[in-house]
Structures are given as C-alpha cells and as structure tokens.
Design a protein around this ligand. Structure first.
Ligand code: F6P
Length: 556
C-alpha cells in the first residue's frame, strides 16, 4: 500500500496553522462573552456533560478541526478499528478492546471470526471462579477462605485495575460487596513493594493473581516467583495450586510456571496491554473484590461510550471532540502537556492510568508508515485530584506555563456529606473549586482590576494573572461502576483519535524495548560479578564506575 500523506502536508493542517494567529489575538475573556458559542460548546451524553467553551477555539476552529478529521480519514480509521482490521500494523494485530465490553449478542470480528463468544466464555469462567472464592466454596490449602488477593502485574496489567479499584472502593454498592475482603497490587520489582504487599497478610487466606499479557515481563515474573516461594515456604509447594491463578495471553508459559491451566484466564493479542483493564486483567481481580455484577456494570459503561464513539456525528462525539481539541492544543497552540484534574479522591489513580494509555500510545517519532515526523506527537500527561493539586502545582498552571487542563467533577458524591455549622458541605466545598478554577485560568486578573483593589504598585506584576489558559470541564452525574467505565472509554478513544489524526500507530510500544534489553545486559553482569567475581566489562566508563560502586557497597 502506498504510504499515506503526512497530515501536516494537508490543506486543513495548513489552514489551522494560519488560524493560530487569529486565535492568539482573542482572549478567552472575550470568547466567553459569546453565549451562543458557549451553548454550542456544551455537550451531554448519558449522564456526562462536556463543556469545552474554555478552549482557545471558536466555532470556526471547530469547523477547521472537522476538516482535519476528514483529511486524516478519521471516520474510516475508527470503522477499521471496530471492524477488527489489523490497524496495529507493526505487530500485525487488530485493536479490539471494544469487544471486551460488548454484550453477549453483539458481533465484533477479528480475522473474520466473531470474538464476542470467546470474551464471554472467559467472563463466565471469571464469574464462576470469583463467586466460588467469594462464597468460600474455593478455599486455600488449609481450608480457610481466601479473603485477600494480591494482583501481580505492571504497566497495563496494573494501572487500569488499580484506577478502577480505587474508584470503586468508596462506591457504596461496590464497597458493600467488598466487605471483609482486601485487594492489593504488587507492581514494582522493588523489594519494598513486595514487603508492602505481604506485610500483615496470611498466606493461608491469600490468593495471588499473576497478570501478564506476555508472561515474560521481568518484574512480574520475578515477583510471581517471589510470592510462589512465600506460599510454598509457609504452606508447602502443593499449596500453589490453590493459591495462585493467572491472567495471560500466553497460556503455555502459565503452565510452565506451574499454574494449573484450569486456573488460567485468557485474553487475546488484539488487546493492547494499556487497553486491557476490561479483559481478565481487570475483571479477574475486580470481580474477586467486588463481585462480577459490579464489574459487569463497569463494562456496560465502557460499551455505552464505545457505541457513542462509533456512531455519533463528530460534532456531537465526545471522544472525537476531545481528541481534536488535544491535537489543536499540542500541534497548533504548541502546548506540550495536559493536566488531568479530577475533583474526586476516588479518581486519584486516574491520571497515572491515563499517563500510560496516552503516553505509551502517542509518544511516537514516525508515522504509521515509518516516515520520520516533522511534528511532535503525544503530550505529557500528569495530574492529581483537586483540591490537593491546587496546593501543589497549580501555581505554575496559573502564572507559569500554559497547560491545558481537564477538570473532572461529580454531581452526586459517592459518600454522604456532613454539615454542622459550616457554610457548605464537603462536597460543595470541593465542587466550588471545580467550578472556580477553570474561570480563574480563563479570565486571569488584570492590572486594572488590581489597581481598583488598591494593590501596591510593586506587587501588581506578581498578582497579575494573564488568563487565557484553556481547560475542559467534564461533569459526571455520579461516580458508580457504570460511570467509571464511561470515563475510561472516553479517554481511551480520545487517545486513539489523536493518534489517528497524527497518522501514527497508537497501539505499539517499541520505545520500551531498548531499556529492557540493556537491563538484561546489566542483570547478567550483576549475576556474573556476584557469583563468579567477574569484572564489570562491556559498559561505558560512567556505567562501569557506577556498577562497581554498587557491587562493592551493596555487599558492605
Ligand atoms: O511497559 C511496556 C509493557 O509492554 C506495557 O505495554 C505493558 O502493559 C506492560 O509492559 C506489562 O506487560 P505484560 O502484561 O506483558 O506483563
């Protein structure tokens, strides 16, 4: 197939470049006076309200972005994804995480085969197994119920499940189902993370779920062996069969590791690691903790957005609009970062998850055809829940660098509010900040305003806020399992839209390989030096010096 033209060579891209000057002349203060524009920049879908009126964009900009979407063949690319075409061309794979949340009677094909029955076969297995563990008909080697779960995995085999677990923990319905149970996550190979995970846990009542798509990831396999040793030492080697299960696409390696294939829960190569939370990767540990019916609601929420994404017209399509606006911010306005700011403590692990989804997907230097790109792709994602972040890094966002912000708020808190002699309750206080911050960023504070407030001259420059700093506000009606699924899918698809526009492959991750292979070289050296006193060799002088120091001093 002939290589596709680079998006930056198309007329809509050039038009948007030319449009930047015009936009830069208009302050958000002015744009926000246009109520018709504001109305048009408000979108509601299934309990979610998106307000993007605080973007440095006019309706004309939106129009131009729609033309860019046409030039990038966005519609066709989305369709090809849903049709199971091998859009992950460097790995020759379909990209079908949407099939993981499809209802039983849906048809989603990969290589001509409907994969939905396979998905549901595994979901039924998970339901059956997690029910047994939860109701005590599957017990540990000494006959005790398994009330504690350690999920061992890293990257996509960790961050998504951790985000959803953290968000469900305070949801009343989910937390009722989790009574008396614990779910922990062992991700880092650091012995400190191992200690944190096993401290206070009795192996007799602990189930270990080893989660790895490849079942080769060095950190996960070492941690899995460490926990296997912990169980064997305490309960005897035969206990492993009752205390360890696995989630993987590589069932052969699972068996080789010593986990009974009957206790292995499969997924497929058409699920990217960072898009795998809706597969057994997330469904297994979350069902053990909250019961399958709660997790099913989460999957339904994601599916509602999948349907919306594949069918809504672009001007009313949440992930499409968000993706286009991100491209506008990164590629045209030149803002390289994005802050994800949920005004909900339950979403404290959302930004770390989206960091991987977004940065591992879109941090690329070449087009999908391998042509070096004359444009930057991806963005630097970071975030913290508000209001905590306000007392940390917001200073920079208000008066330093311009960083487009995603404000995420919830109308009905997961938790009851208490009010005793206060002006507002805790949730209203939280949300007061959610509503105030976007306007503070957009409007800023002028010299004139400060003069009127009698601010001394020497402080005026310090107290001036330039404003004109873009944000979007996403207001969720509540934060239950369904909404958490929706939020996840909105961000997953937004990232895909950005990648489709930039013309890159958002579904491979070759950039993580080099570090891994160099670590293998170091690992071999450390082993040889420790066991055979082999001198450090084959590294540059800097690494050689550091390795020698490490080897010498770690033995002291
Ligand atoms: O960080 C690289 C990566 O390959 C991620 O894409 C993936 O989510 C993670 O490692 C873990 O991989 P696995 O599930 O195969 O252990």
């Amino acid at each position: 197939m002939a290589p596709t033209a680079l998006i930056c060579d198309t007329q809509p891209w050039k038009d948007l470049k030319a449009h930047v000057e015009e936009i830069k002349k208009t302050h958000l203060r002015e744009l926000l006076t246009d109520t018709e524009r504001c109305k048009q920049m408000l979108l509601e879908f299934d309990g979610i309200t998106l307000d993007y009126s605080r973007q440095q964009a006019t309706l004309g900009t939106l129009n131009k972005l729609q033309k860019l979407a046409e030039a990038a063949h966005l519609k066709d690319k989305i369709e090809r994804m849903f049709k199971g075409e091998h859009i992950n061309s460097t790995e020759n794979r379909s990209v079908l995480h949407v099939a993981l949340r499809a209802p039983r009677d849906a048809v989603v094909k990969s290589d001509g085969k409907n994969v939905v029955p396979d998905v549901w076969k595994v979901l039924d297995q998970i339901k059956d197994f997690s029910d047994k563990v939860r109701n005590g008909s599957w017990v540990g080697a000494t006959g005790k119920p398994l009330t504690n779960v350690i999920s061992v995995g890293i990257g996509g085999s960790f961050l998504g499940p951790l985000f959803v677990h953290t968000a469900l923990q305070t949801d009343p319905e989910a937390s009722k189902q989790a009574k008396g149970r614990q779910l922990r996550f062992l991700a880092n190979v650091d012995p400190i993370d191992v200690a944190r995970n096993i401290t206070g846990l009795n192996p007799e009542t602990t189930l270990v779920v080893v989660v790895s798509k490849t079942f080769t990831t060095a950190e996960t396999m070492l941690n899995a062996r460490t926990l296997r040793t912990w169980i064997s030492k305490e309960l005897g080697p035969s206990a492993v069969a009752k205390h360890m299960v696995a989630v993987s696409t590589n069932l052969m390696l699972v068996e080789k590791f010593g986990i009974d294939p009957k206790n292995a829960f499969a997924f497929w190569d058409w699920v990217g690691g960072r898009y795998s939370v809706c597969s057994a990767v997330g469904v297994m540990p979350l069902s053990l903790q909250y019961g399958f019916s709660v997790v099913e609601k989460f999957l339904n929420g994601a599916w509602s957005v999948d349907n919306h994404f594949s069918s809504a017209p672009f001007e009313k399509n949440l992930p499409v609009l968000l993706g286009l606006l991100s491209v506008w911010n990164v590629s045209f306005l030149g803002y390289p970062a994005r802050a994800i700011l949920p005004y909900s403590q339950a979403l404290e692990k959302f930004a770390p998850h989206i960091q991987q989804v977004s940065m591992e997907s879109n941090g690329k230097g070449v087009s999908i055809d391998g042509v070096p790109l004359p444009l930057e792709t991806g963005e630097i994602d970071f975030g913290e829940p508000g209001t905590n972040g306000q007392h940390s890094f917001y200073q920079l966002i208000h008066q330093g660098r311009v960083i487009p912000c995603d404000f995420i708020g919830v109308i009905k808190s997961q938790q009851p509010v208490y009010l005793e002699g206060e002006i507002v309750n805790n949730h209203d206080e939280l949300m007061s900040n959610f509503f105030a911050q976007p306007d503070a960023l957009a409007y800023g504070k002028t010299h004139e305003q400060l003069l009127k407030e009698n601010v001394p001259d020497h402080l005026i420059p310090h107290k001036t806020f330039t404003g004109n700093r873009p944000s979007i506000s996403l207001l969720l009606s509540s934060l239950d399992a369904y909404k958490i699924g929706q939020l996840l899918a909105i961000y997953e698809h937004r990232v895909a839209v950005q990648g489709f526009i930039w013309g890159i492959n958002s579904f491979d991750q070759w950039g993580v390989e080099l570090g891994k292979s160099l670590a293998t070289q170091v690992r071999k050296q450390l082993h040889a030096s420790r066991t055979k006193k082999a001198p450090v060799q084959g590294f540059n002088s800097s690494t050689t010096t550091l390795l020698n120091k490490y080897l010498q001093e770690s033995l002291d």
